[in-house]
Design a protein around this ligand. Structure first.
Ligand SMILES: [Zn+2]
Length: 287
């Protein structure tokens, strides 16, 4: 009898709480202010039924848990891979920052598609190979992809090929550091971006070490993005046939980032600015 009345009291307490949530969720509240508009950040959704109020758990509760777990993983990967620090100039860039589109539009669309449909590509282990001359925007595009996917709660590591290789080499030659942590992180992260794979500057050993990681990812359906200078012929000349066929087999045909050299364009703007400033000095009679 005692326990029955206790249950009853608990139920009443719950009903009072649910009622308050129901009134809040169905009242005149601006839902824009909440991260989850379905539950107004209450993590439950309350409905009315004939006996009172019913609560179901909101999907955002589980999503929050997964996101927190992913953030923890991301931190660990960044700690284990020194070369993974996001470069200053790319912080906060979005697709809106990718301009000067002639010759670059297809690449931008491919990058946008990749972000929007990442769950599909991730499950199939499909990545992207960007090719193109220096300064065309390969690094910018892959950094935008990285930041968009981090926002969505995925783990992403973006490394410059040469620095990444140096990290690997250093940990191999220094037994105090743990190579396995580095390699493990590069294998496990949701998306690995290898920027600036300028094969001309890489020896056979360096390429082999990088491809140990890429091959693992290929075999385990884990996607990666590779940015490489030059065109397809260049890749075929610099990499082994096996490497090229693996890249194409997993990422499809390389996507060309062409058009103008964005760095030169920035350089021209700086030159113009400087000339204007010097003209001003002259006009003021100081030059
Ligand atoms: Zn919710």
């Amino acid at each position: 009898m005692k326990s029955l009345s206790k249950t009853f009291n608990l139920d009443r307490l719950k009903q009072t709480q649910y009622k308050a949530v129901w009134e809040f969720q169905n009242g005149e509240v601006d839902k824009e202010q909440f991260e989850c508009r379905a539950c107004c950040d209450k993590e439950i959704i309350v409905r009315r039924d004939k006996d009172g109020f019913l609560a179901i758990s909101c999907d955002c509760k589980e999503e929050k848990k997964i996101k927190a777990q992913k953030a923890k993983e991301q931190k660990r990967y960044e700690e284990n891979i020194q070369a993974a620090k996001i470069r200053e100039g790319f912080i906060g860039k979005t697709f809106a920052d990718f301009k000067e589109l002639a010759g670059k539009k297809e690449a931008k669309l491919a990058a946008m598609d990749y972000v929007y449909n990442f769950e599909f590509y991730r499950k199939k282990g499909i990545g992207i190979t960007f090719i193109g001359k220096c300064g065309r925007g390969k690094s910018l595009l892959s950094h935008i992809i990285e930041q968009e996917l981090l926002d969505k709660g995925y783990t992403v590591i973006n490394v410059v090929a040469k620095e990444f290789y140096d990290d690997i080499k250093n940990t191999y030659s220094n037994p105090a550091q743990e190579t396995s942590k580095l390699i493990d992180s590069a294998k496990k992260v949701d998306l690995l971006v290898i920027d600036n794979l300028n094969a001309k500057r890489f020896g056979a050993d360096e390429l082999e070490k990088l491809f140990i990681i890429l091959n693992y990812r290929i075999e385990n359906n884990k996607p990666f993005i590779v940015n490489s200078t030059g065109d397809m012929k260049y890749l075929e000349r610099q990499l082994t046939e096996d490497h090229v066929s693996r890249l194409i087999g997993k990422n499809g045909d390389p996507i060309v980032v062409g058009g103008i050299d964005m760095r030169r364009k920035h350089g021209e703007a700086i030159t113009k600015l400087r000339e204007q400033n010097i003209d001003k000095l002259r006009a003021e009679g100081r030059g």
